[in-house]
Design a protein around this ligand. Structure first.
Ligand SMILES: [Fe+2]
Length: 267
C-alpha cells in the first residue's frame, strides 16, 4: 500500500502542492520552484524518512515554472533520477521521458496512471494512484481562482470542459474518491480548498470549475468591444476572488487567450 503525502511549499501568499508517493518505488509529483529543493523539499523528504537518492522518479503535472521549476536542482543532486512529463510539456525543460494519456508508471506495489486533463495548458495532466483511488491534479482544475491570481488561468476552455467531464465521470464510476489540488483554489463555497473527499465534494467542485470558465467565456463574447484590461477588471468584479492578487500580472492571461480565440473564430 502506497503512502501518500500532499506537500505544500509556501509560495506567493499561498502554496504550491506536490505529491510524494512512497511504496516499493518512491515518486515525487511536481517540484515547485528551484528554491524549494534544498530547503522545504529536503526537509519534507527527511520527514518521510527519505533523501533525494531514494526517489525513483520525478514526474510533473505540467511544465509551468511553479510546478517543474525544481527539477534541475533535483537533477544536480541525483542526476540519474528520471524526470517525466506529458509529451506536450516536454519543450521548456529537459525531461528524460514523456507520457501520453493513460500511460502508467509501475510503482512496484502501486500503479500511477497519467490522465491527460488539458485546458489550463496543453500538457496539464492529473495523476491517478489506481489502488488508492487518489488523484493529484496540479493546476488542471481551479475553482474560481486563487489568491495569487484572483482569476483562473486557462488557455483552452473547450479542453477544460472536456477534462472536467472526464474527471466527473471517473469520480462517478468510483475510479477515484480523493482529489488533491496543486494550489489553494477557491471552491463553490468561496473557501480556499486544497483537497476534495468523495464524489459528493468532487463533482460539485468540478461543476463550479466549469461554470466559472463558462461565465468568463460568455462575458468575453458579450463584450468584444472591451479592452483586455477592461474585460479583466469586469470579470474580476463579477467572478474574481480578491481585489489585491499577489501576482496581479497573472489576472489578464485568461482574458487575453479568450479574446484572441473569439477574434480568430475558435471560440
Ligand atoms: Fe500552471
Amino acid at each position: 500500500m502506497a503512502k501518500i503525502t500532499h506537500l505544500k511549499y509556501p509560495w506567493n501568499g499561498g502554496w504550491v502542492g506536490m505529491l510524494l508517493i512512497q511504496g516499493k518505488k518512491n515518486i515525487l509529483l511536481d517540484t515547485a520552484v528551484e528554491e524549494a529543493v534544498p530547503t522545504f523539499l529536503k526537509d519534507a523528504l527527511a520527514n518521510a524518512g527519505l533523501t533525494f537518492q531514494d526517489l525513483d522518479y520525478v514526474i510533473n503535472t505540467h511544465e509551468h515554472e511553479d510546478h517543474s521549476g525544481g527539477n534541475a536542482a533535483i537533477k544536480k543532486i541525483v542526476p540519474n533520477c528520471p524526470t517525466g512529463i506529458h509529451v506536450e510539456g516536454s519543450h521548456r525543460y529537459p525531461f528524460d521521458f514523456t507520457l501520453t494519456d493513460n500511460m502508467c508508471v509501475d510503482g512496484g506495489d502501486y500503479t500511477l496512471r497519467l490522465l491527460h486533463t488539458p485546458g489550463h495548458s496543453p500538457d496539464a495532466s492529473s495523476f491517478l494512484i489506481e489502488e488508492e483511488g487518489v488523484v493529484f491534479t496540479g493546476d488542471s482544475f481551479q475553482g474560481s481562482g486563487a489568491e495569487f491570481s484572483s482569476l483562473i488561468l486557462i488557455q483552452n476552455p473547450a479542453l477544460y470542459y472536456a477534462s472536467i467531464e472526464k474527471m466527473q465521470k471517473l469520480a462517478n464510476d468510483g475510479v477515484y474518491h480523493k482529489m488533491y489540488l496543486g494550489h489553494e483554489f477557491v471552491d463553490q463555497n468561496k473557501k480556499l480548498c486544497s483537497e476534495l473527499n468523495g464524489k459528493d465534494e468532487i463533482i460539485p467542485f468540478l461543476e463550479y470549475c466549469k461554470q466559472t470558465a463558462m461565465n468568463y467565456v460568455q462575458f468575453c463574447r458579450e463584450h468584444r468591444d472591451m479592452t483586455i484590461d477592461e474585460c479583466t477588471d469586469a470579470i474580476d468584479d463579477l467572478y474574481g476572488y480578491t481585489k489585491t492578487p499577489l501576482m496581479p500580472f497573472l489576472r489578464t492571461i485568461t482574458v487575453s487567450y479568450l479574446k484572441q480565440r473569439i477574434k480568430d473564430g475558435t471560440l
